[in-house]
Design a protein around this ligand. Structure first.
Ligand code: HDE
Length: 714
């Protein structure tokens, strides 16, 4: 069996010649397809003749005791006993996918890195998305930073950008990392709460540690409750360097922006989805890729040439600061695309190991003190998670050759031929390469100074960019942020924690501080405690990242019907949605055949609903459409869950469409004074509710414009 598996794997590799599938092809050499060969063996290859019973000392028709001798049974239990490995100390909950990086503009003016200069290349990538605080089994939609780690399998070796969906971080110096994580993780005495920053210790640390101010403004914004991994930006956060062929060095930040735009859930939705579908983001990513709707991000760089690093009123090596786009524009040069789901979660997504220390020639570190600490931590943590030879695991292996004199260690896989494992040796084959031959040559950075545990002066200002971020948000984003702080501090029961925090908010914005204090209790801040600069900046509000053309592509739309629904409206909108790339789902009081008005139940085909109203809730969809049909609407009106569905969707600021008899139904379900609905004019769009009394093609077009997402504008 082993040899047939191997040959089918080799065959697979031969068939996968394109550069983009180079890593996938490489993985195929370590992949067993057990779909076609079910004959089980022991781990040492002997076929077994039962998969059901332990070896026992049977006497007559009675079952006797189990025998320790059963080496097959023991092997099975023993393997099971050791299946778990330690979860990641942070970012434990995640999911990933394969894809490719393409470059449409060479960055040869700033770097020699092949991956950023050779536009004919397609570089295989693996991306893992994650939450930070929760354990492996926690819910996807909690309020948290999202990890966005990208491994580029380049021709010159692996390059990892271990990024997040937020451009700044809580701390400036890696020394503080264990503290910020201990404070955010469940509290040590009772391990409560899971996957939440809403607790005393987290907010105590935020107050005691003013450099976190900018970051917690981001985590309280809508960025930390994304609608989908596919709708988040990614940021390398730390400052790296790029060096060009002339030997000129540039400071760089990496940023990538989703084609679908940046979108978020509303908090009430996120809370409910955490219970209704804890795998919401994981499923969303999986389904999009399986259905061929490959997520894409424009990949960009912000570059500051060496010599200009002191031109800013912040230190460009400080990871609690953004480089405002007015000062340092983003230059988009390439595209990341995800196009293949892993074959097995554990061996790919769980065992993938990212390291900020993984760089390729042309890309370097900077003296960013957060980055320097990360460079130690990532390779170190893989040892306790995966063991010494983690770099040999299929998902972590580069696609280019690897040769060195590193040897042995637990679970070494590679069998290295050769009689020497040291240098210099009598064979005099020089192991080192020149720069021209592609070697990684460190930039000859000038060093001077005294050893001291210090930070430069510019690192000491912590409030200005927090205000810049807050000022740049739209009114709805500000109100979401205020509510988020209200929620979080309400979960802190130690008054010193919430009172000091609300006082701290008055450094940034007095109105905000007062609104939060009003919600959570404690003393009202009386005055702005730091003079405001009132500046705003580009690119901070997520509303700026609406897709170039509004799109409903991959959005989930619920069509709610009951027996007697209007087939013309239902079929028309379904076809229009499908044609626009949306995913329509039929939701009914029962998951069974539903018959249209006038359709004979004994001869008609009916429509089989995808889900019933109790099985999937409105929270899991982007938008709701209710076709008319007198009998259908009469049934839905009497169904409390159906009314709640529409009402809840409205409360979550979702686009809602209705035609014919459903117009009045939707109007009653939403039941808000002052809303303008019309049952007579053709199409009315009010508060994101699109209704059309008459069914006509134009009404479908209008409904498709729901894609703009009422949520982003309310
Ligand atoms: Fe991490 N971080 N981190 N981090 N981080 C880890 O490495 C660490 C930081 C980020 O999907 C760990 O393999 C230190 C910033 C992501 O596998 C660990 C510091 C950013 C992931 C670690 C930081 C990140 C990690 C745990 C401060 C955004 C998940 C497991 C100096 C740019 C990667 C692991 C994946 C994971 C250390 C700060 C992003 C312990 C010491 C800033 C996306 O090594």
């Amino acid at each position: 069996m082993a040899s047939s598996l191997l040959s089918s794997a080799t065959e697979k590799v031969k068939n996968m010649t394109s550069a983009r599938s180079q890593k996938v092809a490489d993985l195929a050499t370590s992949t067993k397809d057990v779909n076609n060969d079910w004959k089980a063996t022991t781990d040492y290859g002997v076929k077994i003749n039962t998969h059901d019973d332990w070896l026992k000392a049977a006497s007559g028709d009675r079952t006797g005791p189990m025998l320790l001798e059963d080496h097959i049974g023991r092997e099975k239990i023993h393997r099971f006993d050791h299946e778990r490995i330690p979860e990641r100390v942070v970012h434990a909950r995640g999911s990933g996918a394969h894809g490719k990086f393409t470059l449409f503009e060479s960055a040869a003016d700033v770097t020699t890195a092949g991956v950023l200069t050779d536009t004919s290349r397609e570089t295989p990538i693996f991306i893992r998305f994650s939450t930070v605080l929760g354990s492996r089994g926690s819910a996807d939609t909690v309020r948290d930073v999202r990890g966005f780690a990208v491994k580029f399998y380049t021709d010159e070796g692996n390059w990892d950008i271990v990024g997040n969906n937020i451009p700044v971080f809580f701390i400036q110096d890696a020394f503080k990392f264990p503290d910020v994580i201990h404070a955010g993780k469940p509290e040590p005495h009772n391990e409560i709460p899971q996957a939440q920053s809403a607790h005393n210790n987290f907010w105590d640390f935020q107050y005691m540690h003013p450099e976190a101010t900018h970051m917690f403004f981001w985590t309280m914004s809508d960025r930390s409750i994304p609608r989908s991994y596919r709708m988040m930006q990614g940021f390398g956060v730390n400052t790296f360097t790029l060096t060009n062929a002339k030997g000129e060095r540039n400071f760089v930040k990496f940023i990538w922006t989703p084609e679908l735009g940046v979108h978020s859930l509303v908090w009430d939705e996120a809370l409910k989805i955490a219970g209704q579908d804890p795998d919401f983001h994981r499923k969303d990513l999986w389904t999009a890729i399986e259905s061929g709707a490959f997520p894409k991000w424009k990949f960009g760089i912000q570059v500051i040439p060496e010599g200009k690093e002191n031109d800013f009123d912040f230190d460009i090596l400080d990871a609690t600061k953004v480089w405002p786009e007015e000062l340092v524009p983003i230059r988009y040069i390439g595209q990341l695309e995800l196009n293949k789901n892993p074959d097995e979660f554990f061996t790919e997504t769980e065992q993938v190991a990212f390291c900020t220390g993984h760089l390729v020639p042309g890309i370097g570190f900077s003296d960013d003190p957060l980055l320097q600490g990360r460079n130690f931590s990532y390779s170190d943590t893989q040892l306790s998670r995966l063991g010494t030879n983690w770099q040999e695991l299929p998902i972590n292996k580069p696609v280019c050759p690897v040769m060195n004199f590193n040897r042995d260690g637990a679970m070494r896989h590679t069998i290295t031929k050769g009689t020497v494992n040291y240098w210099p040796n009598r064979f005099e084959k020089v192991p080192a390469s020149t720069k021209e031959e592609g070697a990684y040559v460190d930039f000859a950075e000038k060093m001077a100074g005294m050893k001291a545990r210090i930070r430069s002066d510019k690192f000491k200002e912590h409030k200005s960019q927090a205000e810049l971020f807050y000022n740049s948000l739209s009114a709805p984003e500000k109100s979401h942020l205020t509510a988020a702080l209200g929620f979080e501090l309400d979960h802190c029961d130690d008054p010193i924690v919430y009172e000091r925090m609300t006082a701290r908010l008055a450094d940034i914005d007095l109105d905000l501080a007062q609104a939060v204090a009003d919600m959570v209790g404690g003393e009202q801040p009386k005055a702005q405690t730091r003079p405001k600069h009132n500046k705003t900046s580009k690119g901070l509000s997520q509303l700026e990242y609406a897709p170039e053309k509004p799109t409903i592509s991959t959005r989930m739309v619920a069509l709610i019907i009951a027996d007697g629904y209007d087939a013309v409206a239902y079929n028309g909108i379904k076809a229009a949605l499908t044609a626009a790339g949306a995913l329509p789902f039929t939701i009914s009081p029962r998951r069974n055949k539903i018959f249209a008005a006038g359709e004979d139940k004994s001869t008609g085909k009916g429509v089989v609903a995808d889900h019933h109203l109790e099985g999937m809730r409105s929270t899991l969809f982007d938008s709701v459409f209710v076709p008319g049909g007198a009998q259908s609407i009469e049934t839905l009106r009497k169904n409390g869950r159906a009314v709640h569905w529409v009402r809840e969707a409205f409360g979550h600021l979702k686009a809602i469409g209705a035609t014919g008899e459903a117009v009045q139904f939707v109007r009653d379900a939403c039941d808000l004074p002052g809303m303008e609905f019309s049952t007579t004019s053709d199409v009315v769009d009010s508060y994101g509710v699109v209704t059309a009394a008459q069914v006509q093609p134009n009404s479908f077009k209008e409904v498709l414009s729901m894609a703009k997402g009422a949520k982003d504008f309310v």
